[in-house]
Write a protein that binds this ligand. Structure first.
Ligand code: CO
Length: 208
């Protein structure tokens, strides 16, 4: 129990500090959230979405799962996406992976990890698709890092292909999808160059 008590005590300290800094902080946040960004990231505890991009509560809508996957039959992720795009009207969707992702590593290993292997299956498919490039990278960690990048790019394409995003573009709404990757080593994010805001741009990226 002392471990949990510590969290609750820290919460009280935090709430007091925020209130002292800005007296209407909570009343303002409680009545509205108007985030411009949707973040789809990994559940990894070392990649806290808001914190690494310097955003406060209320500024970014967040969905996280193991290995930042966007699966077309995952109602959880799709519901977050729909709410973010249709109700909150976010302008930017960022899929952010990270180097050294345990999910990506597990997907490449031959051993059985149980249930999670089903979830990670799409990453194996990505590895098969890019097998030629991946086998040309001699050392294991670099090969895994490249697969982390390829996974983020694939998931950003999945986001772009969803009915939610396609419909927003059909209506001519400003909405762009981005693929980023975070390094646990230096805390820096790299833009993987996927910046797409129309169905044509997705096709162009696919054809590269
Ligand atoms: Co991860």
């Amino acid at each position: 129990m002392p471990h949990l008590a510590r969290l609750l005590a820290q919460n009280r300290d935090w709430a007091r500090t925020m209130q002292e800094g800005t007296p209407d902080y909570f009343s303002r946040l409680a009545t509205q959230q108007a985030p411009e960004w949707l973040w789809i990231g990994c559940s990894d505890s070392r990649v806290p979405a808001n914190q690494i991009v310097g955003l406060e509560p209320g500024e970014m809508f967040v969905h996280r799962n193991v290995a930042n996957l966007v699966v077309h039959s995952d109602f959880n992720c799709l519901s977050v996406l729909q709410y973010a795009v249709e109700i909150l009207r976010v302008k930017y969707i960022i899929v952010c992976g990270h180097y050294g992702c345990g999910g990506v590593k597990a997907a490449m290993e031959p051993e059985n990890h149980g249930l999670v292997d089903n979830w990670l299956r799409p990453i194996r498919e990505i590895a098969w698709l890019h097998q030629e490039e991946l086998v040309s990278i001699p050392d294991g960690p670099s090969r895994r890092d490249r697969l982390c990048e390829l996974n983020v790019l694939a998931q950003a394409i999945h986001v772009s292909d969803t009915t939610v995003v396609q419909e927003a573009w059909r209506q001519g709404r400003p909405l762009s999808v981005h693929a980023w990757i975070y390094s646990l080593r230096d805390g820096l994010i790299k833009d993987l160059g996927y910046r797409v805001s129309s169905p044509e741009a997705v096709e162009n990226f696919r054809r590269r």
